[in-house]
Design a binder for this molecule. Sequence first.
Ligand SMILES: NC(=O)c1ccc[n+]([C@@H]2O[C@H](COP(=O)([O-])OP(=O)(O)OC[C@H]3O[C@@H](n4cnc5c(N)ncnc54)[C@H](OP(=O)(O)O)[C@@H]3O)[C@@H](O)[C@H]2O)c1
Length: 218
Amino acid sequence: MRVGILGGTGPLGRGLALRLAASGTEVVIGSRQAERARAVAGELCGTLGRELAIAGEANDVACGTELVVLAAPWDAAVPTALSLAEVLTGKVVVSVANALVRQGREMHALVPPRGSVAAGVQAALPGSAVAAAGHHLPADTLADLEAPVDADVLVCADAEEAKKATMDLFGRVSGLRALDAGSLASAAAVEAFTAVLVTLNMRYKAHSTLRLAGLEHP
Ligand SMILES: NC(=O)c1ccc[n+]([C@@H]2O[C@H](COP(=O)([O-])OP(=O)(O)OC[C@H]3O[C@@H](n4cnc5c(N)ncnc54)[C@H](OP(=O)(O)O)[C@@H]3O)[C@@H](O)[C@H]2O)c1
């Protein structure tokens, strides 16, 4: 499986690329500047002391993969999707963005047009199937391959093929459990909860993520 990560040069993209590549997935990091993507990919490739399958390309080339993760900042997610709509047609696109703002010692959730970033991305990409997932994963933990990751990944999508492909993707990573969290309508609550999680991490100086109790492993 080949996965493209648009805006993959940032902390979340880097961490996700490492975990996916370590699980045997081919990753193409995308950037607005191909050179920057190549430099980041080169840096990440040798992380495990063995060659990881991570390449770097311009964002539009990274869209040539089977599944595409949109990891640009939340306020750039819809513009980025719009600019790549043609090459994303027919693809599953995963939105990981959280619309958050820091207010003193707390993070607050903003309400984007259409209620969630993911719904805005779906509206910008009528020819693609959008899923929302990965919002609660801490980038720094993902990027440290020595550290175990132990988290649930809530996956929301309207199209079954998008949900299944996204659950398969995150489920490939050791320590992650992908859960079907319903349709894209649930993305608003999933994205907004990240504000609470980040506030908890600030208060307790932690890197906690989400793990639900009482659910049998599907
Ligand atoms: N950081 C976390 O722990 C975490 C966890 C879960 C979800 N998320 C979500 O994941 C996404 C990425 O997070 P991040 O911390 O990696 O973000 P980031 O570093 O702010 O941005 C990621 C990349 O997006 C590109 N970018 C920046 N401004 C852009 C613009 N105006 N238009 C298009 N592309 C732009 C940049 O890549 P190029 O300059 O190379 O194009 C940048 O390296 C965010 O939406 C965030 O809400 C983050």
